[in-house]
Design a protein around this ligand. Structure first.
Ligand SMILES: NC(=O)c1ccc[n+]([C@@H]2O[C@H](COP(=O)([O-])OP(=O)(O)OC[C@H]3O[C@@H](n4cnc5c(N)ncnc54)[C@H](O)[C@@H]3O)[C@@H](O)[C@H]2O)c1
Length: 425
């Protein structure tokens, strides 16, 4: 089949590459000329495991363009994978989605517009009206939300837990289902509003689990229990399951914070106060800041103290720093008068963080530091010789925001070591 993908970001590129790999002809369209030039030249503007190889392997079935007409020409399905960031009010900003809808040219055959961007419930109905107003009755509409996680996006796309397709017309749903032939997964066929809600509810469920285990961790700290043991003990209960029970310094990224805010706002706009989600969001904000308290208990006032942030991306396997806990942490530390150094193997903090010293290596970031905070659980951090690293520091304090390192080894290397929800010395 011929597929057009609007948006060459994290989702659009993975979607385009995976559909090409399934044997479809794909044209990816973006509005940023440098991105399209880079992609045409074989460069990939984002860091996502396996993406470079997948794009290269499918070169003959993939084109990149700035031109709407070229993207739509012959396409049977047109994917929308543009950004939907939050506005000041917390609602999703759908301006890029509306631009795509308004850019669609008239076509003399039936095509299906498939929404992959995460949008509020009711957006599909609104797009349907706009298409009809524009006389584009032969453009069908489906909601086909994306559940991939950055860092594992290609595997998640090719081996999803489920494929959700919500449509107004059954033949549009069938067409989009056929496009996924070759992927072995249950298909949830439903109405558009339910498909939109499935995406938002799935993310709300995941963030609820994260804030839940973070609060359990905080109570563990206050009572002497160990959150790793507790998580294992509850995760073995089949009704609960083991995933998303890793306590840490809060969730971030381009989806969880904005989608939980958008659902909270969607509920509020509809006259409902989503109390549980409000609490989940607030717990997360407080969780990101708890590290500062931990540092103060070890170092006293942070004024003039040097703190090294190890990892800046919101999680390993990606260069994405949108809503990363590192941003809040760096901001709070600088506001307390601390000096902040930072290292990340792929994320470029220079674009978003002012006043931070960036180092090319973990050891460089730790130079003369009074404390280190493990922010992102990059596998590289397991390989560090901590005794050697500690020798470069002014004081050997490690706050392990992801419970990644071995407490005994760190203490043997001379560190005051503190994790999240674990016994401290
Ligand atoms: N990042 C994820 O892991 C993820 C997972 C699931 C769902 N989503 C959702 O998918 C959507 C896209 O997310 P992303 O992370 O890929 O965003 P992104 O910001 O990385 O990419 C969006 C791209 O769309 C382009 N664009 C803007 N207007 C355009 C237009 N009119 N025509 C063509 N391209 C245009 C931008 O230039 C940009 O390259 C969002 O709604 C997001 O919530 C993201």
């Amino acid at each position: 089949m011929r597929v057009a993908v609007f948006g060459a970001g994290y989702v659009g590129l993975v979607t385009g590459a995976c559909f090409a790999d399934l044997g479809h002809d794909v044209v990816v369209r973006d509005v940023v000329a440098e991105k399209i030039d880079a992609l045409r030249g074989g460069e990939v503007p984002i860091h996502e495991e396996g993406l470079v190889e997948l794009l290269a392997r499918n070169r003959e079935r993939l084109r990149f363009t700035l031109d709407v007409g070229e993207a739509i020409d012959g396409a049977e399905v047109v994917y929308v994978a543009v950004g939907t960031p939050p506005t000041y009010s917390g609602d999703a900003d759908l301006s890029a989605v509306w631009t795509v809808v308004d850019e669609l040219p008239r076509v003399d055959r039936r095509i299906v517009l498939a929404m992959k961007s995460t949008v509020p419930v009711g957006s599909g109905r609104a797009v349907r009206h706009r298409l009809d107003e524009r006389g584009l009755g032969n453009v069908g509409y489906v909601s086909n939300p994306e559940f991939t996680a950055e860092g594992t996006a290609i595997r998640d796309f090719m081996h999803p837990d489920r494929i959700v397709i919500g449509g107004f017309e059954p033949e549009d749903v069938e067409l989009v289902e056929r496009l996924h032939a070759g992927i072995d997964a249950p298909v949830v066929r439903c109405d558009v509003a339910s498909a939109e809600m499935i995406k938002l509810a799935a993310n709300a469920a995941l963030v609820t689990r994260i804030s839940f285990i973070n609060e359990i961790a905080n109570v563990c700290e206050a009572t002497g229990a160990d959150v790793l043991t507790v998580a294992r003990g509850i995760g073995l209960d089949r009704r609960i399951g083991p995933d998303f029970l890793r306590a840490g310094i809060g969730f971030g990224g381009s989806c969880f914070p904005k989608d939980s805010l958008a659902l909270k706002q969607l509920a509020a706009n509809s006259g409902y106060n989503f109390q549980l989600l409000n609490a989940v969001i607030e717990v997360n904000e407080l969780q990101k800041r708890r590290v500062v308290g931990k540092l103060e208990r070890r170092l006293g006032s942070l004024r003039g103290k040097r703190v090294a942030l190890l990892g800046l991306a919101f999680k390993p396997g990606t260069d994405d720093m949108r809503e990363a806990p590192s941003l809040v942490l760096a901001g709070r530390l600088l506001a307390e008068g601390a000096e902040v150094s930072a290292w990340d193997p792929v994320a470029d903090g220079r674009v978003v963080l002012d006043g931070v010293d960036f180092a090319d290596s973990v050891l460089g970031a730790l130079d003369r530091a009074d404390a280190a905070v493990l922010v992102t659980e990059w596998p590289e951090l397991r390989e560090v010789d901590w005794a050697e690293a500690g020798a470069r520091m002014r004081k050997r304090v490690m706050i392990d925001g992801r419970n990644m390192l071995d407490a005994d080894e760190m203490r043997a290397a001379g560190f005051e070591y503190e994790g999240i929800g674990r016994a401290t010395e």
